[in-house]
Design a protein around this ligand. Structure first.
Ligand code: TXA
Ligand code: MG
Length: 312
């Protein structure tokens, strides 16, 4: 299969409307989309990614007003989160409507819903004219792609189309909040901080690793299986040309690759891209400087730990 890379929103949306799949940019990471009401289309996503069939997809909408098309009911708490954070990097899990195919939700009776704020994503979803199921556009087990080049690196020849957009501004995946129960629970920490969520719904809780594992199948899978080993560090280790360092402080000379970030936001923005660059350069150990687990720092540390800890 030839993979077309295009700047044309119309051209990319035509693949979705025709029952095929296409990758598109969002503010968090690039997604790989299919019509969420078409079983055969959604199955192509799982094949292209090599994704386990029991891991549900997020359904993307152009506009929050379309939630009624995909969810059977929206609680008051969910409505509050929608008003505060849509469009943006938040996914809410709701009771699903029958129109969403069971392949998209991996057989669950709930559906994850998100309205991206990225202008190209918005226009693309509008042009598709239907809800679009989309996981991150990486091969299963690789870091989420934050550029179209990273999508191409993983899926060249496996998908028909990539819609080119800039680099994803956030760089980490959306926060997933289960609103099918009350009080809502955070299943995956992400770009919208727990502190910000609590300002809207004070009773919100964060599931422990074990609980999230049971409720959100995706958290069971390792998100990055590097050729390089990821090692979280407090201080700065001794440099080596086979090791890489990313963090907020300037390390001594001697590392094979270095990225010094000016803020937690920039660190989050750079992390997955750095992982890929290290893999490509044959780096053995990637040292990731730990940060305080507040705000976006909590999601950043979650992704670093996931990359460092092999899951079963
Ligand atoms: O930022 C993002 O969320 C990106 C962009 C493309 O929107 N998407 C993304 O999708 O990261 P994915 O498939 O890589 O991660 C989706 C996560 C998984 O952990 C999955 O288990 C969880 O959301 N999820 C989706 N639907 C769910 C549901 N109905 N119940 C519980 N968890 C769900
Ligand atoms: Mg993913």
């Amino acid at each position: 299969m030839k993979t077309v890379v295009t700047d044309s929103i119309e051209e990319a949306a035509a693949y979705i409307r025709a029952g095929s799949i296409a990758a598109f940019p969002t503010e968090t990471v690039y997604g790989l989309g299919a019509d969420a009401m078409d079983s055969a289309a959604v199955r192509q996503i799982f094949v292209a990614k090599g994704r386990p069939a029991d891991n549900p997809l997020i359904v993307h909408l152009a506009d929050a007003l379309q939630i009624d098309q995909v969810a059977a009911e929206v609680s008051e708490e969910a409505q509050g989160l929608v008003e505060a954070f849509f469009p943006g990097p938040l996914t809410i899990v709701l009771q699903k409507s029958d129109r969403i195919v069971s392949e998209a939700t991996a057989g669950l009776n709930t559906v994850g819903v998100r309205v991206p704020s990225h202008p190209v994503a918005h226009e693309f979803l509008r042009a598709c004219g239907r809800p679009v199921a989309a996981p991150s556009a990486n091969r299963s087990g690789r870091p989420s792609p934050t550029t179209w080049q990273a999508v191409l690196e993983d899926l060249d020849g496996r998908i028909p189309c990539i819609l080119r957009g800039g680099r994803s501004t956030v760089g980490l995946e959306s926060t997933v909040v289960d609103c099918s129960t009350s009080p809502p629970r955070v299943l995956r920490v992400g770009a919208v901080s727990v502190e910000a969520l609590k300002r809207i719904v004070p009773a919100i809780s964060v599931l422990s690793e074990d609980g999230a594992l049971a409720r959100s199948p995706g958290t069971r899978y390792r998100h990055y299986a590097p050729g390089s080993r990821v090692i979280p560090v407090r201080g700065i280790p001794n440099p080596s040309s086979r090791a890489a360092f990313i963090g907020l402080d300037e390390p001594p000379a001697g590392f094979g690759m270095v990225r010094v970030c000016e803020s937690i936001e920039q660190y989050a923005h750079e992390l997955f891209d750095f992982f890929r660059a290290c893999d490509a350069a044959g780096i053995e150990d990637i040292y990731c400087q730990e940060v305080d687990e507040r705000g976006l720092g909590r999601a950043l540390m979650d992704r670093i730990r996931r990359a460092a800890t092999p899951h079963p």
